[in-house]
Design a protein around this ligand. Sequence first.
Ligand SMILES: C[S@@+](CC[C@H](N)C(=O)[O-])C[C@H]1O[C@@H](n2cnc3c(N)ncnc32)[C@H](O)[C@@H]1O
Length: 287
Amino acid sequence: MAPRVLAPGDPVVFVDRRRRSYYAELAPGGTTNARGKLLAHDDAIGATDGSIVRSPGRVAFHVFLATYSEHVLNMKRHAQIVYPKDAALIALWADLHPGATVVEGGFGSGALTMAILRAIGGGGRLTTYELHAEPAGRAFKNVAALLGETPNHTVRIADIYAGIEEREVDRVILDVPEPWEVIPHAIGALRSGGLLAAYVPTALQVHRLALALTYSRWFPAVDSYESIVRPWHVTARSVRPEQRIIGHTGFVVVGRKAARELVWVPGSRSEAPDPPADVVEPDESNG
Ligand SMILES: C[S@@+](CC[C@H](N)C(=O)[O-])C[C@H]1O[C@@H](n2cnc3c(N)ncnc32)[C@H](O)[C@@H]1O
């Protein structure tokens, strides 16, 4: 692939000799202040990704097109984003793939949306449900800065707890406060074998969601994950974990929809406390 030439609107990072990086969205006539060194965006616009630009004092910086992670961690955001380490977990464990049709709950600042769009590619289709129109405007800008036009992405300003219009979708991906409210609609929207994945910040939500999926009788196997990423500091004289890392962010719960409603509840009685009154206890003769 030919090297990319940087253009107005591109998210970039300017990297100094000490590997410190400074994020910017390139604007004609714009500047970035890198610890007192003013970097002119006009010097970067038209340059090849990875080129050197210099401050007025001739200090050199490399300018790179921002990666997904650099963009997401630096873009303007109004809601708690899904961090790249968790978006990576969702993309792989929810088995997002080129061409997949996906319904997402919660646009927020668009961080997870961008990971989904990247994974499904131009041949996939994403519909995002979001309650609030105004913040969605900011999220659209964030998505456009990284991905440009995304005609395969539709945003519905609608309450996903009230219903999902789409049918036979491959994946339902949720980052809303009460994802268990979406389960009946996800069952209607997902194709047989389709996956539901939800990001939740607390262990109590993991417990509630995993049990709600199980007791819905449509998800025979529900898995829960946490991702801990520990960056390392590596120089000629020192190799050690970084002193500061991102501690807790959230958990990912994943379930796969069966072809038909189960007549048993997966797991033993001891693993599944307090079943709802109408739940049929395990019947070994079924499946
Ligand atoms: C934590 S933010 C999502 C962050 C987003 N995943 C990201 O990575 O940038 C949760 C979003 O869900 C939206 N939301 C909350 N309840 C909703 C509902 N019932 N239907 C649709 N969207 C909802 C909120 O308005 C908010 O934008």
